[in-house]
Design a protein around this ligand. Structure first.
Ligand SMILES: *Cc1c(COP(=O)(O)O)cnc(C)c1O
Length: 422
């Protein structure tokens, strides 16, 4: 089955479709490379979280760094989500998408004074604080602002999420959060600061996690702290278990969001914390399988040891393969008969690391359109302009209609802010 099914399918004529629209047609209409997203797939993904949280005080805060297009943010906001942001730029996006401060949590290991000031002015629901200096700085800024800042401490629970080292964040050696054994002291300090109001506790142990156990371990570690803190009179209102749930790229079988949430709530209940508000920060699992990257085959270059299929999308459009050696499925938009030799699918960028897939058996010819699947998360949001390549356009299928949600970038705009020496 194709990752992204049932929204992604191959019809009886061999055409790859998303929500019933032929992807090759969309590439012809909007150009290549092109990101295409199914809004219905996004809504279905978030509904799985929300179903499982019915009857609980909760807020699903979409972690927008996975895909921060304004139309995507609007989609989740209208579905009742809040947002998890990690920069002042993402705060501006929250504002542009019309998401009010009381639905925004602000995470991030290094927040600048200006970012803290902007978030105070916007009235964010919670600052997820990651260090003692951040507590002091935030308290001082909040006092100047004249309103206490609501905070949670991001605790590093020291559990192994069993994922790629670059996307594992909850181990003792990671830069993120406050070490578990220093958390009580850090909360005491926070409670003593005049500009802060302790409201919660949070963690985020990694990304592309395909097991439930690391979440349960992390939750247990958080609850141990909550109990210790409340014995000292420091009240904790909400518990934010972070994001990180994995998706299917090839043969992974991650738990569904319903399953994950169900097990977490069970553990909360079993330990007598069922009354607490639950926050979650999913990113990838809400958008990853909802999108594809379309790219045209520019040329075929068979060689003595390797065959290269050169396409018009590159590492600047989709960084995951180059950055994490991530495997992403590549499918022709139109099946053609004939032999399917193995190709390295590579982009035009001047780096040997610029590949989208290796040893892929494909029946292709120049001019064909390919789709890189499961590209809705950490695709466009990580895109760059390396090699002065304008970023791709983005289309969202809404109620069966393709809507252009980001224009293709104009290459001249890329150096418009630069100055010649005179
Ligand atoms: C990136 C991030 C998330 C989302 O992670 P996914 O793996 O995309 O679900 C959630 N919370 C924080 C603090 C993050 O940095």
């Amino acid at each position: 089955m194709l990752p992204g099914a049932p929204h992604l399918a191959r019809d009886s004529a061999g055409r790859l479709t998303l929500d019933g629209l032929a992807l090759a047609d969309l590439a012809r209409e909007f150009g290549s490379p092109l990101y295409v997203y199914s809004q219905a797939a996004m809504l279905q993904a978030v509904a799985a979280y929300q179903r499982a949280l019915v009857g609980r005080q909760h807020l699903v805060c979409y972690a927008m760094k996975a895909n921060s297009n304004l139309a995507v943010l609007q989609t989740f906001a209208r579905a009742g989500c809040g947002l998890d942001i990690v920069s002042g730029g993402e705060l501006l996006r929250a504002q542009a998408a019309g998401v009010p401060g009381d639905r925004v949590v602000f995470s991030g290991v290094g927040k600048s004074r200006r970012e803290l000031q902007a978030a105070l002015a916007y009235g964010v629901r919670c600052f997820n604080v990651e260090s003692l200096p951040e507590l002091d700085l935030l308290s001082a800024e909040a006092q100047r602002f004249g309103r206490p800042a609501p905070i949670s401490l991001r605790v590093n629970p020291d559990v192994d999420a069993g994922t790629h080292p670059y996307i594992s964040t909850g181990l003792r050696d990671n830069k993120f959060g406050i070490a578990h054994d220093q958390a009580v002291a850090a909360y005491r300090h926070a409670a003593s600061l005049p500009g802060l109001r302790v409201v919660g506790i949070d963690c985020h142990i990694g990304s592309q996690i395909t097991q439930i156990e690391p979440y349960l371990d992390a939750l247990d570690r958080l609850l141990d702290l909550v109990e210790a803190l409340e014995r000292e009179g420091i009240a904790i209102h909400h518990i934010d278990v972070g994001g990180g749930l994995g998706i299917q790229y090839s043969d992974e079988a991650p738990p569904t969001a319903d399953e994950l949430v169900g097990r977490l709530l069970q553990r909360l209940d079993a330990r007598g914390h069922g009354h607490r508000e639950v926050l979650m920060e999913p990113g990838r699992s809400l958008v990853g399988n909802a999108g594809v990257l379309l790219t045209e085959v520019l040329a075929l270059k068979p060689g003595p040891t390797k065959n290269f299929c050169i396409v018009d999308a590159a590492m600047n459009d989709l960084m995951r393969p180059a950055m994490y050696e991530a495997w992403m499925a590549i499918e022709p938009c139109q099946q053609r008969p004939g032999p399917a030799p193995a190709w390295d699918v590579v982009g035009p960028v001047c780096e040997s690391g610029d590949w989208l897939g290796r040893d892929r058996c494909l029946a292709v010819e120049a001019g064909d359109m390919l789709a890189v699947l499961s590209a809705g998360a950490y695709g466009m949001s990580m895109a760059s302009n390396y090699n002065t390549r304008p970023r791709a356009a983005e289309v969202m299928i809404v109620d069966g209609q393709p809507m252009l949600i980001r224009e293709r970038e104009d290459a001249a705009a890329l150096f418009a802010g630069e100055r010649l020496l005179g």
